[in-house]
Write a protein that binds this ligand. Sequence first.
Ligand code: URA
Length: 237
Amino acid sequence: MRLDKLLSNLGYSSRSQCREMIKKGRVQVDGAVCRDIAMHVKDDARIELDGKEIDTRTRRHLMLYKPSGILTAAEDKNQKTVMDILPGMYTSLGCMPVGRLDKDTTGLLLLTTDGDLAHRLISPRHHVDKVYFARVDGEMTEEDERAFSDGIELKDFTAMPAKLEKIENTLYRVTVQEGKYHQVKRMFGARGRKVLALHRFSFGSLVLDKDMQPGDYRELTEKETAALYEAAGKAHE
Ligand code: URA
């Protein structure tokens, strides 16, 4: 990628300000000052700005504790989206949510710059478990549990087998491997129950950090990232 583009994608000011920084000799590539704004830098180049090394990774994977009341979308003219919570760098690097959580759903949202990884993780073909906690407006029966595990018939499709487990009173843990629009709410709806609150606890082996608060985010560790690539059946880049 061009040096000026890389720096601006990484959030170091606008493209024109980055060009100025480069022309002024503030940027070093692999130990040598580089004043060529159009220089193509390799993925593993060591880049310093004012003598300090910068993190040039363009592949990023994040976990976000999605709060209620914001949209899972890359952008929206009228409403706040999950991308508005994150530093602009993630948008300029092309980070996108992996699947969708409804506006009122809270919990683990994964975001990545790797569109193919995202696609694989949400495809039911890869059988990646998504675990939710659902507070509903009444108690579920053993028959409901069986219906979930048999695959509930909805108006436009039959849901894949899912696991319904009672936690306490009207709180349930639901494990699904697909993520169609309003899927969990519709599955409860088909059994005559309304979901009052929905929270995603985990996505594959990735569990929302216990100490995170709504709106918090962090990049995934190397180990977490490798596990996601493995679950998606994709070689880790
Ligand atoms: N299922 C739903 O109904 N809503 C969500 O946000 C996620 C899964």
